[in-house]
Design a protein around this ligand. Structure first.
Ligand code: NAD
Ligand code: UGA
Length: 440
């Protein structure tokens, strides 16, 4: 099938490459000319495991191409996925400016049947607005009075991939959700996703849009729930890892997304929870549960800093080493990374920050100055009064803590992701604090 993807960021690029991988001909579009120039040379703007090999492979076989022209892509493709950003506006609502712009441009260039698909995360009813925008902007030759003579469909096909495992998630989804208003659109989706041999949930557009918002909000709720439990664990001498294990064996609950830590970050959960709160308000419902999910998440970072302040005594002038900067492992994405909040809070108290991350340092340098960036964890540890584990990269699991102990000024480790729960750093002479380990 001939498919166009408009917006070649994390979602657009991964979707485009994976659709090429399962046999389709894909043209990926972006209005960032420099990005497209580099992608044509198989230079990938993001770090996502496995992505560059696939881009190279399908560029070479010509099943994948890149363009800056929505016109070219609209003419070539039958199915057009909109995968542009939907960032938060000042008031927390989703900003749909890019979606509207793209819908208009598609309409202006349509000359035959098209299936226009929302891939971006958008509030319920955006599908209706896209349809209206397309009708209003179609060329005159496809109108007769009030009637539209060109057949098209709008559909929703929300994306559930996670950064860091995006290709695997796309190729092995738990489900594919499609929101359609016609049999023709449903048939097209069935053909597109046939090679994935996955369960397909077919519903109307508003339900599909809501499934995405509800899923992200529920996952964020699980995280805030376990973080609340972790707070109690610390005070009653319980271990959150055991509590999560004990809860997780109940199939109705499940172990996933019960990892207590310094709270969720990234380009999606914070923005999507906020947008869902706004959407609920607009529809007359006060979603107080989600307000609390957000509040708990914010408090989690503050209480981590309070713990550091308590144990370090004086923060001013202390050298603090940050292990991991990205919002999660296996990505270089720094959007809404918890490390940014932590570093800002500690710098405000006068701390001197050193940091190391395997992939995210180039992006961090754009948003955090006054940080000393190090080439590895050992250079980081040198002269530090304490270490903070912020992102649980695999390469941090088996560090030589004997050497780290010798390099540090004071043997203090604050583990914001409970990565070292089984390492017994105390035996190596460290004062060690995890999250919710019943230790305060
Ligand atoms: P992104 O910022 O990485 O990519 C968006 C791209 O769209 C950018 O490259 C931008 O240049 C391009 N763009 C903007 N306006 C354009 C236009 N008029 N024409 C062509 N290109 C244009 O964003 P992302 O992380 O890929 O997220 C995209 C959407 O997918 C968001 O709604 C997000 O919530 C959703 N989503 C993201 C993830 C994720 O893991 N990042 C997962 C699921 C859903
Ligand atoms: C999340 C969802 O998992 C995807 O299904 C969804 O498609 C995506 O958002 C989106 O809509 O964009 P992502 O943000 O890439 O994916 O990463 P996650 O693995 O969900 O982690 C998000 C944040 O939650 C990270 O900061 C992570 O450290 C934190 N987290 C996750 C926890 O603190 N505890 C957990 O148990 C799990």
């Amino acid at each position: 099938m001939d498919i166009a993807i408009i917006g070649s960021g994390y979602v657009g690029l991964v979707t485009g490459v994976c659709l090429a991988h399962i046999g389709h001909r894909v043209i990926c579009v972006d209005n960032n000319q420099e990005k497209i120039k580099r992608l044509r040379q198989a230079k990938i703007p993001i770090y996502e495991p496995g992505l560059d090999e696939l881009v190279k492979k399908y560029l070479k076989s010509k099943r994948l191409s890149f363009s800056t022209s929505i016109k070219e892509a609209t003419r070539k493709a039958t199915v057009i996925f909109i995968a542009v950003g939907t960032p938060a506006r000042q008031n927390g609502e989703a900003d749909l400016t890019y979606v509207e712009n793209v819908a208009r441009e598609i309409a202006l260039n349509m000359d035959s049947y098209k299936l226009i698909v929302e891939k971006s995360t958008v509030p319920a009813e955006t599908g209706k607005r896209i349809e209206r925008t397309i009708k209003l902007n179609l060329s005159k030759k496809f109108r007769k009075g009030n009637k539209i003579t060109l057949d098209f469909d709008v559909a929703s096909n929300p994306e559930f991939l996670r950064e860091g495992s995006a290709i695997h998630d796309f190729m092995h989804p738990d489900r594919v959700v499609i929101g359609v208003e016609s049999k023709k659109a449903e048939q097209i989706f069935r053909e597109i996703y046939k090679p994935l041999k996955t369960h397909m949930i077919v519903t109307n557009i508003s339900s599909a849009e809501l499934i995405k918002h509800a899923s992200n909000s529920f996952l964020a709720t699980k995280i805030s729930f376990i973080n609340s439990i972790a707070q109690i664990c610390d005070h009653v001498g319980a271990d959150v890892l055991k509590v999560a294990e004990g809860m997780g064996f109940d199939k109705r609950i499940g172990r996933q997304f019960l990892d207590a830590g310094i709270g969720y970050g990234g380009s999606c959960f914070p923005k999507d929870v906020e947008a869902f709160i706004r959407l609920s308000e607009k529809s007359g419902y006060h979603f107080s549960l989600l307000n609390e999910v957000r509040n708990v998440n914010e408090c989690q970072r503050i209480s981590f800093v309070k713990l550091i302040e308590d144990k370090l005594w004086i923060i001013k002038g202390k050298k603090i080493g940050i292990l991991g900067l990205a919002f999660k492992p296996n990505t270089d994405d720094m959007r809404n990374a918890p490390s940014i909040d932590l570093i800002n809070m500690l710098q405000n108290e006068g701390a001197l920050i050193k940091a190391y991350d395997p992939k995210a340092m180039p992006n961090t340098k754009k948003c955090l100055t006054k940080v000393t960036y190090c080439k590895d964890p050992y250079e980081l540890a040198k002269g530090c009064d304490c270490l903070l584990l912020v992102t649980e990269w695999d390469e941090f699991k088996d560090l030589d803590f004997k050497m780290i102990r010798r390099l540090m000024k004071q043997p203090l480790v604050f583990d914001g992701r409970n990565l070292y729960h089984d390492k017994n750093l105390k035996e190596l002479g460290f004062e060690y604090y995890g999250i919710g380990r019943g230790q305060i």
